[in-house]
Unconditional design. Sequence first.
Length: 276
Amino acid sequence: MKPAPFDYVRPGSLDDALEALAGDSGAKVLAGGQSLVPLLSMRLAAPSRLVDINGLAGLDGIDAAAGGVRIGALARHADVLASPDVRRVQPLVSLALAHVAHPTIRNRGTTVGSIVHADAAAEMPMVLRLLEGSVEAAGPGGRRTVAAGELFVGPLESSLHRDEIAVSAWFPSLPAGAGVGFEEIARRHGDYALCGVGAVVDGDTVRAGYLSVCDVPTVVDLSGVADADLGDAALAHLDPGDDIHASADYRAELVRVLTARVVAAARTMAQTRAAQ
Ligand code: FAD
């Protein structure tokens, strides 16, 4: 199948891009195209205009400082994954990115595009939600910061306005003495996961995030739960779905197994970092 006809513009400035978006109610932003172009080709989306943001200067930054990591809208997954500074400041971003698709897709796909695409089966929306990060959006009325807790409102649906462009995503740094873990099960490495779990352990606080389990990336507080009960405690807050890839029962079992594993891994990292 071929995409339905559309108008294509490649603005040279953010203001022009916002104007192009505002000027056509059927317009969509094109970033890496690794999710949007397949949707166009299958005619699951038929925007009247594509606003290609790849010509905008200054949106490809990856800045890792003491407080956290800021990733620009045109930073590719591959560049974020390759950054030693990102891995040092917030290792969960790097751990999870290693599971995003295949190298060719990571070379082109953007981390911010993946977040605002808001796929509950994708790694980075869950990581942003678990770390309580945020997205900075530019729109006709100026800029605003959208907390991850308010960003994911439904399957493939973010709370960004139609005429806004996400210019960056912010991931807070991992506190000293804290640890993270991430694991997922996919049929083949690089495929979307049947279930994925991330964990952050910081002192007595234990939190876990789930992808491919519910309709939106979901975070559960597991502080104070005995290790043997972690999976069942998480399942009390989750409603694993059934689809052609896995039954709900199988997903629930993956939640039990992976939750125990990632919390253990996060505790080990926390102990190692505390001893350094
Ligand atoms: P695009 O495809 O360009 O855009 C996606 C959507 O986000 C569009 O609606 C677009 O309008 C919007 N958008 C993008 N950027 C912005 C912005 N800055 N502001 C506002 N709106 C914006 N992803 C995973 O997480 N895990 C996987 O395992 C995985 N496997 C994949 C396997 C295959 C075979 C393919 C083709 C893709 C896979 N992906 C996977 C998706 C990949 O990570 C994409 O790169 C990512 O989802 C979207 O990023 P993009 O830059 O390509 O966005």
